[in-house]
Structures are given as C-alpha cells and as structure tokens.
Design a protein around this ligand. Structure first.
Ligand code: GLA
Length: 729
C-alpha cells in the first residue's frame, strides 16, 4: 500500500519506489509535515520536531498555556494566514469584508485507488491498474464552515507524489481568496541550495544555483504566462548535491499562467517551499457552496543527484502527463518557413521549400505567421482567422493538397489568444480585448490579448479553430502567444472580481486547447510563446512538444537545452536547424553542429531549404537519416547532461541512453579552440556495466565507457562537433 494511515499515531505515511512522505495530526488537530525523504520505514517522525518555547512565536487561541506549541515553527502541511504562523503561507482567505484569517485542523480523510482529477486543469493521470492511490485529507477552519481538501496522488512506481488543494466554502457567507498554493513543504533543516531556471526572450531556462539565504527567495511570473523569465520548476538540494550524488527535491507546478514559488529560510534555519498561483492582482470570490481548485504540483525526491531527479520526472511525464498520441509516434521532421521567409512568402515560395523538403526526406511543411487576414507584418490581422487567398493564390486546402501530393504532411501556425487593433475582429469587438477603461492599453508586439475569461471569446476561438481545421488536412498546429498579459480588465461581466480574470484566462486557454484535442485527437500540437515563454509542465498535458526558444543559435541553445533538461523531457524540446549567420546573434556555426544540437529534441529545420548549398543539402540528408534511424533513442531515451555549459567553456557534451540500455548516443559541441590541447575524455553514463557496446567498430564494456570514458576527436574548426551512436552487442 502506498498510503498508510496509523490510527494510533495519527500519521499518514506515503511511499513511492524512491521516497517517503509523512504527515501527522497533532494533539490539537493541526496537520504537521513530519518527513519527506528516502524510504525510512513507518516511524512516527514527530520526535524530530522537538517543541520548545521560542520567543515571539505565538500560540493558537485554543492551546491555552502550552507555550511550547507554536505553528510559527512547527512544520505544517498546509499553512494558512491567521493562525500565528508568520512565514510564507499556502493560503490567505477570509470572509468578504473581514480580515483574512483561518485556523485549519484535521476533519476527515479518504484513501482510494486511482488518481484524483482536477476538471479544467492539467494533472497527472493514471489507469486503474497502475497502482496509483489518492489520499484526500480534509481540513476545516476552527470557526467557520470553510474547508480545504488536500489531494495527494501517490505514483508508487514512477516515484512522484502530486499535490493539489480544493477550497470549499460550505458557509452562508461569501469568501475571498487572496493567495492559493497547492504545495507547502516544510524542511526542519533548511541548509539547502535552490536550483531554478531563469531567462529572457531568446534566452530561456538558464540554470542557476544558490544557497537559500534567510528571508524569502521568490521564483515567479506575473506576466500571465509561465514566462521566459522564470520556470515553474525548482529543485531544493543539499549543498553538496551534484549530477550523480545527493538529496534533491524537485517541485513542478502544472500551470501555464502567472505563478509563485517561494522558499523561506526562517529564524530557526528551517525552510519552507510554497508553490501556487501568483498572488499579484489575485482575488477570487467564493460564494456559498462554491469551490476552487488550486493547480497541481508534482513533487519528486531522490538521494542520487540531479540526473536521477530529471529522469524520474521525464518518466513520470511520459507515462502520466503527456496525453498526446504523438508521445508514442515518431515525430515528423519538419521545415518551418518562419526564418526562411518571415512574412514575405507566396505559394510558389512555399512550394519550393516543400519540394526540397520532400527531396531531402523531411516529413512536414509548417506554414508559420502571415497566412491569414491582413498580415504582412506584425501590426495587423490577429483575430481574423480566415485565409488570405490573395497571398496564397487560392484556398488553404489547395495549398495543403499540393503539399500532401509531394508526400509531406502540413502544419499551421496560429495565435488565437491575441488580437491586433487593426483587425476586423477588434473593429467589431473592442470589448473582447483585455484593457482598462479610460487608459491607453500597454501593447506588446503592437497587439492586445483577448479576454479568455469571456465565454463569447472562448466560443469564438473554438469556432475559428474548427473552421481552420475543417478547411484542409492539417496534421500539426503551432499555438503561439506573443505578448505578456497586462492591464487586465474584463468587460464581460462587471459583477465578477477583476482579480479572478488572470486565472479565468488560463482556464479559458485550457478549455480551447482541450476542444482542439477532442475534435482533432490526432493533431500534433506544439506549444509556443515567442519561443519558450510558456514551456511548463501544465502545457505538456496538451502539447507533447513546445518551441523551446526563438533563439535558434546552436551555441546559445546548448545552455537553453541544458537548463530545460533539469525539469522537462527533452522529447518536448522543439529544436530546428536554422541559417547562418544566425538571425538572432549573427554567429556562424557548422551545419553539422546545428544538426547535432537540434537532434537533442523534436528535430526540424527553419530555413529556406531551396537555397541551401549542395554541401549543406548533403549534410541535411545525413542528419535526417541519423535522426530517423535513432529517433526512438532521442524521443524516449534517458538524457544525461555530461558537462555543464555554465561551467565548462571548452565544450558541452550530453548523451541519450535507451531505457533498456541497448543503444546510446553521445554528442559534443566544442565551444572554444586551443593549440596543443589535451585529449578530450568523456565518461558515459547510464550504460550496463557488464554489457559490451560496439563503438564505431571497436568493442568496449559499459564499465570501461562509464568509468574510464572515451577519447573524442579534437575540433578542427570553430564550434566543431561530434556525435556517435553505439549499440549493445
Ligand atoms: C513567435 C514564434 C516564432 C514565430 C513568430 C511568428 O515569435 O516564437 O517561432 O512563429 O512568432 O510571428
């Protein structure tokens, strides 16, 4: 049993293959968090807490003169504002018009097979026979009919635990929620480092590691999307933890809008991590009888370092988060026309690219921005989702049929959450755009965001999607959004709290994406937000792959891919070979290196194939062959970071190993050149010690390759690279 309830000790002990998690209902009914770490039997870990009076830490009203008891330093399972705990809290709520205050105590619990679900929100799922269990613990405010249902999904085999919370107003009053987190994770010993992924447009998910310092460390986004700037994923780890050793705790919020993750190191050097919705502008009104679901967080623990943590998340996401049938199908090698043409294309140009793509053995042409409405630059047309027949020289179907006749699939770009002021849609419905009455709206890329909290808008977008999808044989959709959500005011229903609009927007987004996937279940949906601004675990529930960055430079991508790989499967990383000098930074890299780098993820091209040199065409042909021959390795294999581009400035190396260890690849990109250089030796990871592997005709044991390593060829030019695929004999 993954969940054990001990009625005497009042402990809940959750066990997975890798971890154990424990809570205890204490003598006053508070739910304490007593343990999260390696498997450690069924001990009641309350003994570790060691209660004693600490000055300036108050007691809840009903504990009398028990001054050793304070929720300000007891590790709590779900802290709420108002019970004498002054640390960062999971929940702040109160009756409308009153000071927010809650004192939550254990009310009841339930354990059942299978995984709870969160209607309208992304969440890990499991079949009935997969050994997954749910624990629901209901807490109740001491004074009011306000309940919090804590939900736990225990994925024993995958080694992860999910947490969500449902807030229930069973009182006769209206309540207001101002802060809502799904996870509160207390650590008695806060001597921890935090690893997180920061960034910017064209430089997403850079890895940063620093010790937790006293006070609050915050990783968050108030941009309406999970953002380019921070990722809703953090690792807390012991200071000595490395790729291969040490205790690491990973927390990933399944949410694609504004989020907040805070880690506080407190007066007693204990730490608390909370993960949930961004509280900026947040105000959700809960009428009598209503409930509110806080998005899910996935928790993973390992004592074997970052590599094991990343693999644990990758496997859990492959089995229990990514729903698309494309997770089990070979992804098409595609060419996208964006960097090839930008807005300047016509049918002939597209067909030239398609023709060359077919010759080289690609699988799909993706038509990017500029095919609809009046859209020859980025100042107009968004919202008008009807094909520009003048530009395409006919219907979308006519174009798609021609592309299909060449043996290629067809994919299309859309940005349905947005509107240009210069569009028929905006002229007809200015009130559908988010903007504050009486103020000139902030613009991003000269466009406004549609109000996805408005039902009419949601239905309009569904209609547009239906019309596009019905019009031609479209097998892939790249779903983009190209500005931050700002100046949020919804004209739809003035009685609704404006503080609810940001979250309602995200729920509207999930609803329209669900519609697309329900009506066209076989479509390959690729997420995008000006590159990787909405690259989060929530999005993976809808899209099995996400355009990782608008930065297509192979060398900058090394860092972006490296950072991304800590928290996300590399099969989700969409990566393309583009032209040189690179359009984002002007760098020139060998065509071979661009291919090796893009093969880290869902592989494709983003350049004018029809104007490639003969040499590059030959190299592209080789790349496609290598990718196709090894796609199972790249799509399903375990990804190992062998060096860090943040520490090693000479080269970056990584490898893929098939889950059954029968095949593997190792890639290296040299980022600097040296005269009289020492040999480059790299140790493989994840192979079978005793197995023999064929490495380009030579035979080595897995142990030799992992413990001794392998000598790689010296670079012969700037940004040279090398890739080798090996097979078990
Ligand atoms: C965003 C995307 C790009 C491209 C453009 C089109 O920036 O990230 O890949 O689709 O929009 O406008």
């Amino acid at each position: 049993m993954a969940v054990k309830y001990n009625d005497t000790a009042k402990t809940f002990t959750l066990q997975t293959s890798k971890s154990m998690y424990q809570m205890k209902v204490d003598k006053y009914g508070a739910l304490l968090h007593t343990y999260f770490g390696a498997l450690a039997g069924e001990q009641d870990f309350f003994y570790l807490i060691g209660g004693r009076e600490h000055s300036f830490s108050g007691q809840p009203g009903d504990v009398g003169d028990d001054r050793d008891y304070s929720l300000d330093y007891y590790p709590q399972e779900y802290s709420a504002h108002g019970n004498g705990d002054f640390r960062v809290k999971a929940l702040r709520a109160g009756k409308k018009g009153c000071v927010p205050a809650l004192d939550l105590r254990y009310h009841s619990h339930e354990i059942y097979p299978g995984k709870y679900s969160l209607p309208g929100l992304p969440a890990l799922f499991a079949g009935e026979d997969e050994g997954v269990q749910t624990l629901e613990i209901t807490l109740k405010d001491v004074y009011e009919e306000f309940y919090v249902k804590l939900l736990y999904g225990i994925f024993e085999k995958a080694g992860v635990i999910t947490r969500a919370a449902v807030l229930e107003n069973r009182s006769k009053d209206t309540w207001e929620i101002r802060r809502a987190m799904s996870v509160n994770l207390d650590f008695l010993e806060g001597n921890l480092d935090i690893v997180h992924l920061y960034g910017k447009h064209a430089g997403e998910r850079q890895m940063e590691r620093r010790p937790l310092c006293h006070g609050i460390t915050e990783i968050s986004s108030n941009r309406g999307t999970s953002s380019h700037h921070h990722s809703p994923f953090v690792i807390l780890c012991e200071p000595g933890a490395s790729e291969d050793f040490g205790e690491c705790y990973g927390a990933a919020l399944l949410y694609s809008g504004g989020f907040q993750m805070q880690a506080e190191l407190d007066q007693l050097d204990s730490a608390r991590l909370v993960c949930g919705l961004s509280e900026e502008e947040f105000l959700w009104t809960l009428k009598p009888g209503e409930s509110f679901a806080v998005p899910e967080t996935v928790l993973a623990y390992t004592d074997k370092g970052f590599a094991d943590l990343s693999l644990c998340l990758k496997r859990a996401y492959h089995s229990h988060l990514i729903r698309s049938p494309w997770k089990d199908k070979k992804r098409p090698v595609l060419v996208n026309n964006w960097e090839a043409t930008y807005f300047d294309f016509n049918t002939e140009k597209l067909l030239d690219i398609a023709r060359q793509a077919a010759r080289l053995g690609l699988d799909m042409l993706v038509l990017d921005d500029g095919w609809f409405g009046k859209r020859d630059d980025d100042n107009s047309g968004l919202g008008d989702w009807y094909v520009n027949e003048k530009k395409l020289g006919g219907t979308l179907k006519a174009l798609v049929d021609k592309v299909n006749d060449m043996g290629l699939k067809f994919g299309i770009w859309i940005e349905p959450e947005m509107v240009s002021e210069d569009s028929d849609l905006y002229r007809a419905h200015p009130e559908w755009a988010l903007q504050i009455p009486g103020r000139i709206p902030n613009r991003g890329r000269n466009q406004l965001a549609l109000d996805l909290s408005n039902r009419e808008v949601v239905e309009y977008i569904k209609d547009c999607i239906d019309r596009i999808m019905e019009s031609a044989n479209i097998e892939y959709v790249k779903w983009d959004i190209n500005r931050c959500i700002d100046n949020v005011f919804s004209a739809a229903d003035p009685s609704l709290s404006q503080g609810a609009i940001r979250h309602r927007y995200v729920l509207g987004l999930y609803e329209v994406q669900e519609h697309l996937l329900t009506c066209w279940p076989n479509v390959l949906l690729e997420g995008c937000n000006g590159g990787g601004g909405r690259f989060d675990a929530g999005m993976l529930y809808y899209a099995p792959q996400i355009w990782c960055s608008d930065n297509t430079d192979a060398i900058e991508r090394l860092r972006i891919h490296y950072g991304t790989s800590f928290g996300y499967p590399m099969s989700a990383v969409s990566a393309h070979v583009s032209v040189c000098p690179n359009h984002q930074n002007g760098r020139v890299t060998p065509f071979k290196t661009r291919g090796i780098c893009a093969m880290q993820g869902a592989f494709g091209y983003e350049l004018d194939l029809s104007s490639l040199s003969e040499e590059d065409k030959a190299e592209a042909g080789r790349q496609i062959q290598v990718y196709n021959e090894n796609y199972e390795l790249f799509q399903y294999g375990d990804y190992y970071r062998l060096t860090s581009p943040f520490e090693n400035h000479s080269y970056t190396a990584w490898s893929y190993v098939a889950e059954d260890k029968s095949a593997a690849s190792l890639s290296i990109v040299y980022t600097d050149l040296y005269a009289n250089a020492k040999p480059v030796r790299i140790k493989w990871k994840g192979l079978l010690e005793d197995a023999l592997y064929d490495v380009e005709g030579e035979v080595y044991s897995g142990a030799a390759l992992m413990h001794g390593g392998m000598v790689l060829p010296q670079p012969t030019c700037n940004y040279d690279s090398y890739m080798v695929c090996i097979k078990k004999k």
